[in-house]
Design a protein around this ligand. Structure first.
Ligand code: FE
Ligand code: FE
Length: 171
């Protein structure tokens, strides 16, 4: 793909985000299934519904602007998901696994926040108001998810994991 203009770069960013979101739609149910804490599992399910909407918004943008989303693969998301999958495979105490799942999920959110921030800025630069608004909506949902995960870690999951560590030392 040739990147001769900011428009080319913008379309490239949208394709990358599209691949990232589609991979996440597949990964989030596995993360929900692996989570023990019911609030964490529910959080993953809730973000799955949002993620499906993120996919729809990117499809809307490509349709409105008349470019195809193609078969580009977001390698960064592939790697982040692979790390999460490796963690799920580990022989872990369940509360400790939950704490690790939050870390994996927050890495994903931070990656998305960076991508949507970049894409939104490009859209504004290119005077693509409708696209910038859609990207901004998703950006805010990614940020809100990240904050929810931080709170869940600090208030519940990490606390339970710390208590579980005490139990383990007696085994
Ligand atoms: Fe998303
Ligand atoms: Fe997300």
């Amino acid at each position: 793909m040739k990147l001769n203009s900011l428009t080319d770069l913008f379309q490239h960013e949208i394709k990358d985000l599209y691949s990232a979101e589609k991979q996440l739609v597949k990964a989030l149910p596995k993360m929900a299934k692996a989570a023990t804490n019911p609030d964490l599992a529910a959080g993953f399910e809730e973000h799955l519904a949002e993620t499906q909407e993120h996919v729809n918004r990117l499809e809307q943008i490509s349709k409105d602007l008349g470019f195809s989303l193609g078969r580009h693969k977001c390698k960064a998301m592939e790697g982040l998901i692979e790390e999460g999958a490796d963690l799920i495979e580990e022989d872990a105490q369940e509360n400790v696994r939950d704490a690790g799942l939050i870390g994996a999920a927050q890495r994903v959110e931070h990656y998305e926040i960076a991508g949507y921030g970049t894409a939104r800025t490009l859209a504004m630069q290119l005077d693509l108001k409708a696209a910038a608004d859609l990207l901004g909506l998703t950006l805010e949902e990614e940020k809100a998810t990240d904050i929810k995960l931080s709170k869940l870690a600090a208030n519940t999951v990490n606390v339970e994991a710390a208590e579980a560590g005490g139990d383990n030392s007696q085994e």
